[in-house]
Design a protein around this ligand. Structure first.
Ligand code: AMP
Ligand code: MG
Ligand code: ZN
Length: 407
C-alpha cells in the first residue's frame, strides 16, 4: 500500500467504521431484515459486519484482511452494481448475503465453528473456508447486472448458458484480484471454484436440474449410506443454499416480499417496454398490459420456489422455517387475488349501471393499496383467468413463471 492508499483507507474507516456507524446498522441477525431505506453507507456497513463476524472464526485467522482492505473491496463492489435497476442492485446482493448469513446461523454453522455440530448433520460438511467462499459468492452473485434478464438478445446471440452469471463471476474476481483478496479466498483452486460454481448455480434456467440433484442428496442423507465424494456433497450444499438465498424474497415476511415482487415486476416491464420499442417479442410477464402481480407470485411460489425450499429442508432441516413462511405468503397472495376477483366482478356489474363513475373511483382506491407506486407503470391486477385463457394453444401467451423460462 502506498501512503496515499493508507490515507484514503483511514478516511473510509472514519466514515464507515466509527462507533456511531455501528449503532445504526440494521439487524443482520433477523429474518425480518430488509435493505429498504438503508443508505449506500449503511448497506456497505452491513456487508462489512457480516464478513467481520465470519473472519473472527479461528479457522480463518490466516485470512489476513485489514478492515480498510475489506471496506475498499465492498465499496468497489457496491459501485459495480447498477443502482438504477429497481431490483438487481446492490440492495438485492445485500439481501441475499444477509439471508445466507441468517440461514448459516440457523444451521449452527455460524457464528461458531462447526466443531459443535453433530457430525451426522449434512451441514457439518461446511468448513469455515466454504462459508467464506459462499458469502463472497453471495455478495458478488449479480455484480454488474444490466437489469435485463437471460432471455435477452445478448444471451441468444451467444447461444450460451449462464451468460449473465459468468459476467457476475468475472466482475467479482476482477475486484477480488484488484484488492488482493482472491488469493485469500482459499489456499487452493477449489475455493475459487466454489465461488464460481455457486454463482453459476444461480442461473435459473438450471433450476429444475438443481432441485433434482438436491432431492437425490436428501435421499442419500436420509435413506442410504452411499454418499458422493465429500467435496461434491459440499459443493451441492453451497449451490442449494445460495439458490435459496437468491429467491428468498418470497420466503421473507409478507410486507418485504410484496415490495421485492413489485420491484422485480417494475424491472421486468421496463424490459418489456424496451422489447416493444425494438419490435421484439415480449413475454407476458414482461408485458405491462398482461402481468398480474398476484399471479406472478402465486405461480413463482407454487411452481418454482417452494419445491426448492422443501427439498433443501429435507437435507438441511433447519431451513423448514423459510418454507413455512413461504406457504403463509402464498395464502396471502391467493386471498389478495380473490379480493381482486371480487372487486373485478363488482366493477363489471356496476360499470353496466348508471353509477359507473362513482364506483370506478372507489375500486380504484381499493386497488392502489400497494406500498409502491406502480401507477405510471400501469401494472394490471386482474385475475389470471382473463390473462391466460384455458386451452390456449398460442405458445406466446403460455404462462411463464420466471425470467429463466423454466417450465
Ligand atoms: P437473479 O436474477 O440472480 O436474482 O435470479 C433470481 C431470478 O428468480 C430472478 O431473476 C427472477 O427471474 C426470479 N425471481 C426471484 N424472485 C422472484 C419473485 N418474487 N417473483 C418472480 N420471479 C422471481
Ligand atoms: Mg443472477
Ligand atoms: Zn440475484
Amino acid at each position: 500500500m502506498t501512503n496515499k492508499d493508507i490515507h484514503f483507507s483511514k478516511l473510509l474507516m472514519d466514515v464507515y467504521a466509527s462507533p456511531t456507524a455501528t449503532l445504526k446498522y440494521p439487524n443482520i441477525s433477523n429474518w425480518d431484515f430488509s435493505p429498504f431505506g438503508l443508505t449506500e453507507q449503511d448497506l456497505i456497513h452491513s456487508v462489512y459486519l457480516v464478513f467481520d463476524q465470519v473472519l473472527k472464526l479461528p479457522e480463518l485467522y490466516h485470512i489476513s484482511i485489514t478492515q480498510a482492505q475489506l471496506y475498499d473491496f465492498i465499496i468497489d463492489l457496491a459501485s459495480v452494481y447498477h443502482n438504477q435497476n429497481p431490483y438487481h442492485n446492490f440492495a438485492h446482493a445485500v439481501d441475499v448475503l444477509q439471508c445466507l448469513f441468517y440461514m448459516l446461523c440457523e444451521l449452527g454453522v455460524l457464528p461458531f465453528t462447526n466443531k459443535f455440530l453433530q457430525k451426522s448433520k449434512p451441514q457439518s460438511l461446511l468448513r469455515p473456508k466454504d462459508v467464506f467462499a459462499l458469502l463472497i459468492a453471495a455478495i458478488g452473485h449479480d455484480a454488474a447486472h444490466p437489469g435485463i434478464n437471460s432471455s435477452n438478445p445478448l444471451a441468444t446471440l451467444y447461444n450460451d448458458k449462464s451468460v449473465l452469471e459468468s459476467l457476475h463471476a468475472m466482475t467479482l474476481f476482477q475486484l477480488l484480484n484488484k484488492h488482493g483478496i482472491d488469493r485469500l479466498v482459499g489456499d487452493s483452486k477449489s475455493e475459487a471454484y466454489k465461488v464460481v460454481s455457486s454463482i453459476l448455480a444461480t442461473d435459473m434456467s438450471l433450476h429444475n436440474d438443481y432441485v433434482s440433484k438436491i432431492k437425490e442428496q436428501a435421499n442419500r442423507f436420509n435413506n442410504t449410506n452411499s454418499h458422493l465424494d465429500e467435496q461434491d456433497e459440499r459443493n451441492l450444499l453451497c449451490s442449494a443454499l445460495i439458490k435459496c438465498a437468491d429467491i428468498s424474497n418470497v420466503a421473507r415476511p409478507f410486507h418485504w416480499g410484496t415490495k421485492w415482487a413489485e420491484l422485480l415486476v417494475q424491472e421486468f416491464i421496463s424490459q418489456g417496454d424496451l422489447e416493444k420499442q425494438m419490435g421484439l417479442p415480449v413475454l407476458p410477464m414482461n408485458d405491462r398490459t398482461k402481468v398480474v402481480l398476484e399471479d406472478s407470485q402465486i405461480n413463482f411460489i407454487k411452481f418454482v420456489a417452494l419445491d426448492l425450499f422443501q427439498n433443501v429442508a429435507n437435507v438441511l432441516n433447519e431451513i423448514e422455517f423459510a418454507a413455512d413462511q413461504m406457504k403463509k405468503n402464498l395464502r396471502r397472495w391467493e386471498s389478495r387475488k380473490k379480493n381482486i376477483e371480487y372487486e373485478q366482478e363488482e366493477f363489471d356489474i356496476v360499470s353496466n349501471s348508471s353509477t359507473t363513475h362513482m364506483i370506478m373511483v372507489e375500486t380504484g382506491i381499493k386497488r392502489s393499496s400497494s406500498s409502491l407506486d406502480l401507477q405510471h407503470h400501469d401494472v394490471k391486477r386482474r385475475p389470471s383467468i382473463e390473462k391466460y385463457p384455458v386451452n390456449n394453444t398460442d405458445d406466446r401467451d403460455a404462462p411463464v413463471y420466471c425470467q429463466c423460462s423454466i417450465q
